[in-house]
Design a protein. Sequence first.
Length: 498
Amino acid sequence: MLHRRTLLATGAAALAPLVLPTGALAQARRKDTLVLGLTLEPTGLDPTAKAGAEIAEVVLYNVFETLTRINSDGSVTPLLAESWEVSPDLRTYTFRLRRGVKFQNGEAFDANTVKFSFDRASAANSTNKDKRFFANFTTQALDANTVVLIAKEIEPDLLFQLGQASAIVVEPKSAEGNATRPVGTGPYRLENWAKGSSIVLAKWDGYRHADAVQIRRASFRFVSEPAAQTTALLSNDIDLFPHASVSRSLSQFQNDKRFQILFNASRGKSILAINNKRKPLDDVRVRRAIAAAIDRKAVIDAAMDGRGIPIGSHYVPTAPGYIDTTGINPYDPAKAKRLLAEAGVKLPLQLDLVLPPPPYARQGGELIAAQLAQVGIVAKIQNVEWAQWISGTYGNKNYDLSVILHVEPFDLVNYTRPEYYWGYQSAKFNEVFEKARNAPREADRLRLLGEAQRILAEDSANVFLYQPQLITIAARGLRGLWKDAPIFANDIAAMSWA
């Protein structure tokens, strides 16, 4: 999934004015309310319609629920499904559903709503980012409380993927309105969305475990600029800022007893995306030249203040089957110039570098443009809002280069999709990836995943930059926070004030 969003409030002044002194306000709200900060605003609230990670940050496990739940350590536990059984050939999954669950409009949750949701996700007109995942299996409702998924091909990460935002269970009558009027089975309902300012979720009293939910109201406020994020936190205007862009002001929080700091491991991959469909970027020598022109360590310093691990393919060291491919395309400006000459590229080569709003893109993008200039590539920076960038089904194709953070743990499959925004196509990669998905032995699967990583690196499908270390800043008394971030989600019902 892309880390996709819209440019919004850029300063502390963009936050709603407060009447009480900040300290008094914080004390007044900390019994049962919470204010969260997010870098960017969702373009809608239906994660099955658009691919933005910021949508899941608001609604996943809060408004909408899934059959399984992904936890901070990456483990998978029951949610709407109480239990499941897997056939010996790993192709048939039988789920026993939780009884007595209702949607927020009063309709019942049952096997038919699960079937509707998954059939809808795989339908011809579906815009679900994981449409191909859902098309890999058929869904059968055996009875009101039993669902069977029969996979055409083995999907080793199926239980994990069923806990992601694209796999939410929706109510048929309200499904088409979920972008602005979301209806789920979760502990919170949408109370208000002031576009450009905030989204407010209120506790739903009809939730099956409503008595255990301690946060009555949660407000999401959108602050894109790092300095404004720091100001909002220090002034107690925001209680919790997951993956905040505050590296350069971190000492202010480390020396302030009002705050707790969590350094979150993630499966995110920051890349310099290359439009493989455009000339001369369709020439592997040009893509390799771009990769050779980029000093990953310097980009990490510029974009993340040094908090990142270099990667050489679309995979991170904490993922199973990882191999180190950083040596395939090392920083070598002289080699970059030779490759451009071999490809017959007339210098200077003019390319558009389209940068979405997050600081990692804007700060890293400026350095990348400077590095490319050293080898004769003039990268013209275009700063755009996320809604402008993601104007196509799988992302905007009207670009040459872009800096994007992909946050999904298992997304190598995107390289088998020629329609995806980077337009990469490789029969060799497709063959290896399919073998990996269907390998009966874990050792074979991991070996093949390593081979797939190597192919992407050798093809320079994109310039693979780093795995980020995320920073969460929270008020000292807030409990129930995730230690790590295998996916981007804020499970508000698990939080409480000490």
